[in-house]
Write a protein that binds this ligand. Sequence first.
Ligand code: DER
Length: 234
Amino acid sequence: LTQDELKKIAAFKAVEFVESGMVLGLGTGSTAKHAVDRIGELLLQGKLKNIIGIPTSKKTQEQALSLGIPLSDLDSHPTIDIAIDGADEVDPHLNLVKGRGGSLLREKMVEGACKKFVCIVDESKLVKYLGGSGLAMPVEVVPFCWKFTANKLQNLFQHSGCVANLRNDCKGEPFVTDNGNYIVDLYLKKDMEDLQVASDAISRIAGVVEHGMFLDMATTVIIAGELGITIKNK
Ligand code: DER
């Protein structure tokens, strides 16, 4: 099975948790895309009714609109029944790294407003420790003096050999999030000892808007692997 087929399997399994009449957080990324497609398909077939979608990015908003999924926002629906979204990393305690697609702020707002957050991943996302995969730990920062903020972030984790990079788009310009901010990606040479300490320390930096550690937020993680589906609950 290809990685995308595994993502689709996890996504379709998550949509089985969706019931008519629910308010749904619609995730962002290539895995969540399959879930949004599936919800659109079930609505079209009349198997799901009276669904309201709360998108986590402009990209997902456009996808949902094209599928005819009725949309709203957190102002109108401050409590959401279920959010379905992907992740970049999942540790054994269901802590996540998200945001490599650049949508972490709206994802964290939506997923923080949910009764259930069903995270969908293929098995390649499983890690022993967050930040240990050598891949980016995204931090959304205000564009104002972003170098100042990036240096603060780099110094915060200098003991982990941290390098902070401004994320650029395909034209070599700074990537701009849906909220008009920049993303600074942190690359750590070794995992963080205490995730909550690291999370709080990042959030305390004045130029930081939000970061990609989603600690204690997922209530269920659906993992699609070569040998089948594993469902982990908090
Ligand atoms: O950017 C994000 O937060 C995405 O949800 C990411 O974490 C997962 O993206 P993928 O499903 O394309 O791997």
